[in-house]
Ligand binder design. Sequence first.
Ligand code: MSP
Length: 632
Amino acid sequence: MADKFFITTPIYYVNDEPHIGHAYTSIIADVLSRYHRLFGDRVFFLTGTDEHGQKVAEAAAKAGRTPQEHCDLMVQRFQAAWDKLEISHDDFIRTTEPRHTTRVQEILQKLWDAGEIYESTYEGWYCVPDERFWTEKDLVDGNCPLCGREVRRLAEKNYFFRMGRYQEWLLDHIQSHPRFILPESRRNEILGFLAKPLGDLCISRPKERLSWGVPLPFAPDFVTYVWFDALLNYVTAPESRGGGWWPASLHLIGKDILTTHSVYWPTMLKAAGLELPETILGHGWWLYDDMKMSKSLGNVVKPLDLADKYGVDAFRFFVAREMSLGLDASFSEAALVNRYNSELANDLGNLYSRILKLLHTYNEGKIPQAGDNPNAIPNDVFEGKEPDYYGNLWEGIKRDIRQFELNTVLNKIMQFVRLINRHMEQAAPWKSGKTDPEGAVRFLRSSLEELAAAAWMLWPVMPGKMGELLGALGLKAQDYHSPAEVLKALPEGHLLPEKAALFPRVKLEAPAPAEPPPPPPPETPVIAYEDFQKVQLRVARILTAEPVQGADKLLRLEVDLGSERRQIVAGIAQHYRPEELPGRSIIVVANLQPAKIRGVESRGMLLAAQGEGGKLVLLTPDGEAPPGAKIS
Ligand code: MSP
């Protein structure tokens, strides 16, 4: 029986404009789905949009629409983007669909009946204009950290999910299932998180504050917390179609939404008596020239613009090739152009054009007859090491795909393409054909087989262009399950096109003229050793980080200085996202006179270096040093 492969992407916030982060997750999920289809697995690929919550309600009100009208309009941008990027999902779920909301309510009711949800009081500091709760330590000078206005102590009735009771069970599950959270760095992150006590989860919002959500079936004056509603899409969508798809084989997500997926979600499933997914894979982030992408920096990469400029397939190839599992990758258009020209235009495109041209010269443009042993790859080319080159290559690729190592797969295939080229250079059929045309044609048949195999193996990544190439050879990718089958299927006598420009070479548009060089620094003043001794440098650990309202560049940090906690305001918002900072050790000037920056008090200054391209990088101790440690 065919293996089942059920893969999901996060459901994207419907308000957002699709950007490279969304496109990356969807492309990788698509590529993995297509490989599994080639393996002959039974595949279900699910994506969709997250449509409830405050932000949607606010955006709709601003645009003068009902929230539903707003979602119906905005969702089209994602649907159009996925169409264009050739995303072959089997289902697109929207959390406002009745198939979702009804089932969410059923599950909530079940949890309530089983005592997994209870009513209690949520107490905190409430900012009326921002409609948000804050904890004591969030406050700045006793005021709202977002707008600086007064906050009120408010106790509010709410509903809580007994998440805390599953802490031990979850730890045990993660420890006994090494593939549950991947890569290992993310798994360790969650194990670290679970080393601290796990509380219960507030899963409701009173309707008077937020009405755009799924009403709690047992308390109609409340709606469901948006994450509790959103995560359930992974179950409601497959259930609505039948076919026994749940549990998922793979939840593909970005590293920023790891906790919701690896802590909230498994405990919710456990409480509801549902099975757990096999793997949660947290991929890295795309940076832009090593900097965070942000609207304020104007460096957000728009996938559709790039697909227009370089072609959908080249864009897909680039993102799949460039990012290693779990690590961040830096997007640069120059790197894309480089890869495009060297691997797609040169290695692959030229090989194809060359074979076509030679077959038109020596074989009337037709696919030659198969040799005695059509599966044999001449051993001299492949160093005579591996008798079953294709078999081994394909088995290796299958293993890599099961480990989600896409860039390794592409490396192997492009290496193979380079071998075909080398073989061609050595045999030089354009010369040998003059004296031995039959020999040249036999050789070209084997080159065409090799090219067909490479194109077929690349099809999941570049379905458009590789589909076009295979189509010109009379083949359809989905009909085969191994490269050996592809070779055998090459139809003898099939007329080939005379030329093909699969990947015409591209040029990188000249960048904007460089800014004039900065003026030379004024002569550095010399200080006496005693002066330096006055500066108290210490190691601090970042506890929390948050944007400062109305200041694009500032983050408000709360740091642990060993003997005390401090608040520091730092101009690093364009270089670090708040969520990546907690837990990091930094170096601070601890005895700097306190100052108010944009109305927020800062007691100390952190040290950062000017990295390449103006990026600020935090200075950190190179090894274990406890908070408060003196620097001398
Ligand atoms: N709606 C939630 C997910 C709910 S799933 C039950 C959400 N949506 S999102 O639209 O903000 O983000 C979706 C995905 O895009 C996340 O996996 C996130 O990691 C990814 N990315 C957003 N920006 C990114 C980069 N710059 N690089 C790579 N992926 C990043 O979160």
